[in-house]
Structures are given as C-alpha cells and as structure tokens.
Design a protein around this ligand. Sequence first.
Ligand SMILES: [Zn+2]
Length: 301
Amino acid sequence: MSNKVIVSVDVEDWYHGPTVISPRDEQTTIGHFLSTRQGIERAAKYVDICLEMLAAHDMKATFFWVAEYAKRHEHLLRRVAEQGHEIGCHGLAHYSKLDCATKAPVFGVGEFAARTEMAKHMLEDMTGTEVIGYRAPNAYFSGKMFDALEELGFRYDSSVSVNSIYNKTDSALKGVGTAPYYPARGELKPGDAKRRMLEFPWPYFDVGVAKLPSAGGPFLRTFGSALTIAGLHQSLRRGHAVFYFHPIDICKEDIPLPFSPSRPMMWLFKGDMVRRRIERVLSEFRGVSANFREVVDADPA
Ligand SMILES: [Zn+2]
C-alpha cells in the first residue's frame, strides 16, 4: 500500500479537556458536571457536519469516541459506523492517564486496563463491531499503556507525538519519527521485534531548527492549514501520516469556559473558519487517504 494520510476524528465535548474535568475530583466528574450544568453540550450536533465533510471528499475516517459520550449519543455513534467509518476508543471519560506536570501515571496499569476494557466493550456492544484502535485522551501516553492495550486485543494506537514543543509521554522518544513503528516492551522507543500492535505517531514539519506539530487539532485551529498541509506532505515521504480534528472544532456557539490561563489559545479559533481549514486539508489529500483499519489490514509498516 502506498503511503496514506490517515484521517481521524476525536469525538469529545469541550468539557472533556484537562482544565475542566479531573478524574480525582468528585466535583468535576462528568456525571456531577452534567447534572449541575444543563444545556452545556456543544459537540454532538457537529458530528453530522463532520460526516458531510468526509462524504464530500469521498473519505472514510476513524472516529475515536469517548465511550461515556458515545453512550449518551448512541444514535450518532451508530450513524458514523453505518456510513462505513471505523470506530476507535478514546477512553472511558477522556481523563488524562499521566499527570500533566510530572508524567507520573494517574491510574495504575490494572485500573487503566479495566477502564479501557469497559470502554472498548461499550463501543463494541453499541456498534456490533470489534474495536481495534486507541487514542489516548489529551495524548498523554506511556509504554505500559501500550502493553496493556495489546493485552486487551487492540491492534494499534495513535497517540505519540514527536515535536519540538511538547512531549506528553514518559519516554524520551529517541528514534521515533512519523512513520508507524513497533515500540519496545514497556517503552515507547522503537523495539527490535514486530508485535501484534503498532504505534502510528503524529506528523511534524521539520524546518531544520524545530519539528512543528502538524497532525491537526489545536495547531490547525490556531495556525491555519498551511503548516498542517506542509507537515503532512513531508511526513508522507517517511510513511503513513496521521491527521485529526474534532467536531467541537467547528462549533459556532460560545463555549461556556472559553478561556483557560494555562491554555489561552485553546478556543480562540473555532467555527466556520476552522471548518474551512479542515476542508482545505481534506481537499489537499483527497484520493490519498485511508482510515486506520484499512492500513492495519494491509501492509502497515
Ligand atoms: Zn481527545
């Protein structure tokens, strides 16, 4: 299989972000949050627009769903699956699995595995299809998580991002580029042996002095499509390249907590402007795209 741009959509709402809900604070768990703040959901109505955008470009994507969100919007989950898109797992409740500051695990491996297994089964029960792909919430990821996912029967993950701006893993990521690879046991650096499960790291645009993130998401929202397109073209020369966006990215309504001091740019750009940016990327790679399952089922690495 020639190198593809792998298109993915992370289905979550604005309040799943790490500055809003926290796994260790009962006052901000999702059930409490929703019961005390009515009418705050924003993302669900934009899932259909994402489907329209993909259909207009003849693309089949992978939709990584937060399982508790899928449970509350089951009709949408089913519609996505019925239109031929792959369903992947984006955690049970979108809690970061590593502490943002220290990179220490928030959950032990056993608790992580139990929660993820529950999420996988929820998505499989609702769609009747095996879920083989995982993306870590907020992209906080570790080698131990990778091993646990492999034990649960997943066949790939796409959470690792090598760039010059942040590293959300507990690993130095030495030797990791942008092409799919098999990590060493317990780590995220490349290993010697093939495994059941692959990692699809995110693309970057290497400008010589820095590697700029170009997988989409907040960098597409903030800096526009040119950087993302340049990084995807460059990464395609190294192997398959991953692109992602969120339904919430194209939300036109106000977001209840638009400003976070730790992430001041987070929702500065959204709505129709971002929709046009996503569409520019989709147009650029029309005809050379795939979803993860298609690549994993072919010749992935
Ligand atoms: Zn997410």
